[in-house]
Ligand binder design. Structure first.
Ligand SMILES: NC(=O)c1ccc[n+]([C@@H]2O[C@H](COP(=O)([O-])OP(=O)(O)OC[C@H]3O[C@@H](n4cnc5c(N)ncnc54)[C@H](O)[C@@H]3O)[C@@H](O)[C@H]2O)c1
Ligand SMILES: O=C(O)C(=O)C[C@@H](O)[C@H](O)[C@H](O)COP(=O)(O)O
Ligand SMILES: [Zn+2]
Length: 368
């Protein structure tokens, strides 16, 4: 087992990474206040892992709240169902909420923990690759609004993150690929050497090789912990973790939540960010192609939905959380491994990026 740390003074916490950690009561106990625990999970994950976690927590009074599955349920109604479960079982302030699931469960359970009786203890047990490398770390919690992704929420750090790498054994291939989108993101924004490692190890990762997956999770979490430790509330460098997300969130919102997986939308959105960085003269065509090839190798889409026009993108991007005083800030690449956040780009380059011929780019890469 490897333990990393998010350093945030009194809000610091460990990230434990290893196989079969779901059975480790000793790792959970130090972070549970009182005797009451509420596990928040969904109807797909419950039959797979809920009994094992309940057995690990046999010394506590446990309420299990099983939600419907899907991005489409990351909303007020489902949040209300969490509060119904907590109040229905008379949970008091010394309750620890445990999120057992992917990013949707983690974001909602964290937001519920932030709000319930003005804040209770919270532990993340992420079960998808995406949630293990990204969403369980850093304290962004919340729900979607019909007009925009993650538009209602709170920064609320967990007391601990427990990553059981064996839970990936049951993850469907499409969800594994979605997680790889955020893994590739770390290479692009801050770790060029990691891109080379990913190029060599993509087949092992997609084949669920435990050694490769564990290394990728550790390197990703280390990068995320570093960035969050430097800028918890996204006043600066943390926004680089949003590479590809301004375009990607527009896709998710426009298509309807859950039609494109978050990781898929991030992959296509990052292809657009690579294209724009190239059009600005910051990265070469070869560097853009190298990034796009990695997403293709991970089994991810890099062509935005055909039905979305540039005007559709601009409409959704106008409500991005990085808009300040009407100026849209974008995360772009100065070079591979170095992201910047800027509103200083010619508008015609953004328009050309939105109108670019991505199917032709993919066809060319496939023929090389
Ligand atoms: N808070 C953050 O910093 C942050 C970061 C990235 C993404 N997110 C959010 O996370 C969400 C995406 O998370 P996700 O990709 O984990 O999606 P998800 O939570 O919808 O999980 C994907 C699917 O896999 C299933 N599943 C989960 N674990 C499984 C397992 N071990 N075996 C089999 N099936 C399993 C789920 O039930 C679901 O059907 C989005 O809402 C996104 O906005 C948040
Ligand atoms: O932790 C962050 O900061 C991120 O931006 C990570 C992203 O991968 C994640 O999708 C996050 O939820 C996006 O945040 P948002 O503030 O753009 O909704
Ligand atoms: Zn993301």
């Amino acid at each position: 087992m490897q333990t990393l740390h998010v350093d945030l003074a009194e809000r610091s916490y460990p990230i434990h990474i290893g196989a079969d950690l779901l059975g480790r009561a000793d790792l959970l106990a130090p972070h549970i206040v009182g005797r009451q625990v509420a596990i928040v999970t969904n109807e797909t994950i419950a039959p797979l892992y809920l009994a094992a976690l309940e057995a690990t927590l046999a010394d506590y009074r446990v309420t299990s709240i099983v939600l419907p599955d899907g991005e489409a349920f990351k909303n007020w109604e489902t949040l209300q169902a969490i509060f119904d479960g907590l109040l229905g079982a008379r949970h008091d302030r010394r309750t620890t909420v445990i999120a057992l699931g992917g990013g949707v469960i983690g974001d909602m359970a964290g937001f519920a923990a932030a709000c319930y009786q003005r804040g209770v203890n919270f532990i993340q047990i992420p079960t998808t690759l995406l949630s293990q490398v990204d969403s369980s770390v850093g304290g962004k919690t919340g729900i979607n609004h019909p007009l925009g992704k993650n538009m209602v929420g709170a920064f609320y750090q967990p007391q601990a993150v427990l990553i059981d790498t064996r839970s990936l054994d049951t993850l469907p291939p499409r969800e594994l690929s979605a997680g790889l989108a955020e893994v590739i993101k770390y290479g692009l924004i801050c770790d060029e050497a990691f891109l080379g490692w990913l190029e060599k190890n993509m087949a092992a990762l997609r084949g669920l090789d435990q050694v490769a997956l564990t290394l990728a999770i550790e390197r990703s979490c280390a990068a995320k912990a570093r960035v969050v430790g430097a800028d918890e509330r996204e006043t600066g460098i943390r926004a680089t973790l949003n590479l590809g997300h301004t375009f990607g969130h527009a896709i998710e919102t426009h298509m309807g939540y859950g039609v494109w997986l978050h990781g898929e939308a991030v992959a296509a959105g990052t292809a657009m960010a690579l294209e724009m960085s190239h059009r600005l003269g910051w990265i070469t065509a070869d560097e853009r192609d190298r990034g796009v090839r990695l997403f293709l190798a991970a089994g991810l889409p890099v062509v935005p939905p055909q039905e979305m026009t540039p005007a559709d993108f601009l409409e959704h991007m106008a409500v991005d959380k990085k808009v300040l005083d009407g100026q849209l800030r974008l995360v772009l690449l100065r070079s591979l491994g170095e992201a910047v956040v800027t509103s200083d780009y010619p508008r015609d380059i953004l328009n050309a990026t939105l109108a670019a011929d991505y199917p032709a780019l993919v066809a060319r890469l496939n023929n090389q």
